[in-house]
Design a protein around this ligand. Sequence first.
Ligand SMILES: Nc1ncnc2c1ncn2[C@@H]1O[C@H](COP(=O)(O)OP(=O)(O)OP(=O)(O)O)[C@@H](O)[C@H]1O
Ligand SMILES: [Mg+2]
Length: 207
Amino acid sequence: MGHVITFAQQKGGAGKTTTLANLAAAWAAAGRRVALIDLDPQKSLTRWAGLREDPAMDLIDSRDYRAGPDIRAASRSHDRVLVDCPGAASTLLDSAIRESGLVIVPCQPSVMDAWASARVLEAAARLGTPVRILLNRVPPRLGGLEEVLDALGPARDRILAPSLGNRVAFSQAMITGRTAPEIARRSTAATEIAALLAEIDDILAAA
Ligand SMILES: Nc1ncnc2c1ncn2[C@@H]1O[C@H](COP(=O)(O)OP(=O)(O)OP(=O)(O)O)[C@@H](O)[C@H]1O
Ligand SMILES: [Mg+2]
């Protein structure tokens, strides 16, 4: 069985699709069989995958009541099943989290993003699925981080050590179906994705 990872955060634009896509490509490049499941009606992940046409990744069309069974089926044939969730409240959130071995919650370093994380953190706790917060678009000199950490409450212990900076390569690469490490191999963005991938692999291996 492969590992199922759901990317969820009720706050729109937190970076769910971007981080998922970057990790998907990095795992595929490392020889993992990757499945993508796009539960967001906006279908940005689907459009990215369409531009990419990558034989090392399977985009699995799923929605509604099929989400749970589709995720389970994909985990039998893939090493990593990456599930993208909508930015708004969704009834599919629980189905995805229930099937997952890990939930990643991208969170920009603002109090409002921290507050919005509560819904996913609560669902993961209720369903017994391990959860980690990924600080995304972190500016080089961050004031006010303590307020953000306070707003996360006890979940501050769940913050991943690697974070992602606010970098043009992340947004630029998506336009052509690629990822930051692919368009800028020696960039800080590439180093950040490598560190994030290694950390998540460690968490999965320890689970
Ligand atoms: N680390 C980053 N650096 C620069 N831009 C970023 C970064 N992460 C995300 N972005 C940009 O922020 C915007 C929102 O990112 P993304 O679409 O991945 O968020 P999302 O959580 O999937 O949004 P939605 O809730 O609408 O699905 C995009 O334009 C993306 O290019
Ligand atoms: Mg998205």
